[in-house]
Design a protein around this ligand. Structure first.
Ligand code: ADP
Length: 552
């Protein structure tokens, strides 16, 4: 092995001995037959041989290399003198009956003849880098798993339809992480098979059908019930046939599992808070490596995300169901209001008619007074029934409008007069510097909206006796502001004010109403491309503002 520098303390013999014992395998193969003339302990270990192989040809020692490129490569190196290197080359060794993968860094170097004519041999140096490669692969696997987990997490978080999210992510789980992937969820006393995935559809069909035929009770002996009870996870690096025989009670299931080449498994609980809602099972077949602690922590993290997603989906379904029920209750209410107001309208119209006929006659003063009261009340009733009818028309999208040019100033004055006449408790002051204020409007509906605001202003200011109406114009809009000095509206109630049936109950005890006037008013104003706004201070007063496009 070369010459030592003169004066060296290390003898050639000691050096030889050291080389023979290092962990790097060294071989010297000579001549065209590749006869092994030198080899160290590490080489014998890798080849599973002993020192008796010295002096034999490579193919005598390892006949299985006959059709492999390795011998030819060595001959080429010898012939050309050009060395060769191979990094992280895979080799397999069988240890205790289990085939293991090992990785080597190889280098082949030609050794020239002493007389300088060509090469006599090849020096093969092989360093076992299995630990290094596995550490690197582990880090890569970990990175890939984490990236996957994030992806799956996003998929689950974004989708409320858990079934389709699980279906999508299962394509990542199988085959990268597992060959079997199944999710069980607790359903009363049973553990339902929510999801099962395997590349072989036959297995999936069998699993689904088997669970249907033989429901799994949550207390049935076995790994699933243990996990449900304890919340612990299970990691079985190596599933042996004996283990299957011992742990699976059902003979049919045992047979199927024995025929499946199962290799390694992880079962983890799915938890929502402290509640265990099911289990997730990952199984690898023989072709794959055993699960590790790292895989287990991945599976646990994964299960936690699926659990959250399932819980979200359950809550979502529950909420949708509630919304659905509320909508159908609303629909029934609408139908009832529509029907009731229709039924009320006919007799009410005749009643008002008869009252009017009576009123035409010559009656004593007391009777006339009572008749007027009856007409006033029937008028109120008619407007309530009309509001109810409008409500069902809005719900059905059938509130009709017929637009014409309307003098808004005159219309407001009419509304004020009518309000003062029917509720004389308040003086309604009207101010406007405008002369001709034309808007494109449905006269009857616009009147209805203004009357609503005026009657509310009066109704909700029992302690005051005035209301103010201002009509102004700016740009191409006109604005009607109705101000009262009444009970006002708490700020937190303002956002709901225009909803159907909404009433600020706490502030208006004793003031009756249905809570539909403002809803109808808003609908009317919006149909005129206008807006309605409100400003209010509790116990001080309220201003409602209508803004409408002016017409030229
Ligand atoms: P109703 O008057 O029949 O209850 P509305 O839809 O007209 O229904 O009004 C809804 C709610 O808004 C009323 O119940 C009342 O609480 C509040 N509100 C409306 N106008 C005023 C106002 N001018 N001042 C104080 N509160 C008002």
């Amino acid at each position: 092995m070369g010459k030592l520098q003169s004066g060296s303390q290390v003898s050639l013999e000691t050096l030889n001995h050291a080389i023979l014992n290092i962990s790097t395998a060294i071989a010297v193969l000579e001549g065209a037959d590749l006869i092994l003339t030198h080899g160290n302990e590490a080489l014998f270990k890798v080849w599973g041989k002993d020192a008796s192989i010295i002096g034999k040809t490579l193919l005598d020692i390892l006949p299985e290399l006959k059709d492999q490129p390795f011998p030819e490569l060595l001959r080429q190196v010898m012939e050309t003198g050009v060395g060769y290197e191979d990094k992280e080359a895979v080799a397999y060794v069988v240890k205790n009956g289990i085939r293991e993968t090992i990785y080597f860094n190889y280098s082949y170097t030609a050794i020239p003849r002493d007389n300088g004519e060509g090469n006599a041999a090849v020096l093969v140096v092989a360093t076992d880098v299995t630990d290094l490669v596995l550490a690197k692969k582990n880090a890569e696997d970990r990175g890939a798993l984490l990236a996957y987990l994030n992806h799956a997490g996003e998929e689950l978080a974004l989708s409320l339809d858990t079934a389709s999210a699980i279906d999508k992510i299962s394509k990542f789980v199988v085959p990268q992480f597992a060959d079997w992937f199944s999710i069980n969820v607790v359903n009363g006393e049973k553990l339902d098979l929510l999801f099962v995935y395997n590349e072989k559809q036959d297995y999936v069909n069998w699993a689904v059908e088997h669970r249907k035929r033989k429901p799994l009770r949550i207390d049935a002996p076995g790994i699933q019930s243990h996990i449900l009870k304890t919340g612990e996870s299970s990691l079985v690096p190596l599933i042996t046939p004996d283990l299957i025989r011992q742990s699976i009670e059902d003979p049919e299931q045992r047979e199927i599992l024995l025929g499946m080449d199962l290799h390694s498994s992880i079962v983890v609980p799915m938890k929502v808070g402290t509640n265990i809602i099911g289990t997730i099972n990952f199984i690898r077949t023989c072709s794959k490596k055993s699960y590790t602690e790292l895989d287990l922590s991945f599976a646990q993290d994964f299960a936690a995300r699926i659990a959250v997603s399932l819980e979200n989906a359950r809550l979502h379904e529950q909420a949708s169901e509630e919304i659905h029920q509320r909508i159908s209750a609303e629909k029934k209410k609408d139908e009832f209001i529509g029907m009731a107001s229709h039924e009320l309208k006919t007799p009410l119209t005749s009643l008002s008619g008869y009252l009017q006929i009576l009123n035409r006659g010559d009656l004593p003063d007391t009777q006339k007074k009572f008749l007027e009261k009856a007409m006033y009340q029937s008028g109120k009733l008619t407007s309530l029934v009309n509001d109810m009818l409008d409500l069902s028309k809005i719900a059905a999208g059938k509130l009709q409008f017929s637009f014409e040019k309307v003098d808004l100033k005159a219309l407001i004055a009419e509304c004020i007069e009518a309000t003062e006449l029917s509720i004389p408790s308040h003086k309604i002051a009207f101010s406007s510097a405008l002369v001709n204020v034309l808007v494109l409007a449905d006269r009857h509906r616009m009147e209805q909206a203004i009357l609503n605001l005026l009657s509310n202003a009066v109704k909700y200011s029992p302690g005051s006796d005035k209301v103010e109406v201002r009509l102004t114009a700016a740009n191409s809009f006109v604005k009607i502001a109705v101000t009262d000095w009444g009970i006002g509206i708490p700020t937190d109630k303002l956002p709901n004010l225009f909803e159907r049936f909404y009433r600020v109950n706490d502030t208006n005890p004793g003031i009756s109403g249905l809570g539909i006037g403002l809803y109808i008013t808003k609908e009317i104003i919006e149909k005129h491309n206008g807006t309605i706004e409100v400003e209010s201070e509790e116990n001080k007063g309220t201003t409602f503002c209508l803004t409408l496009p002016a017409s030229s």
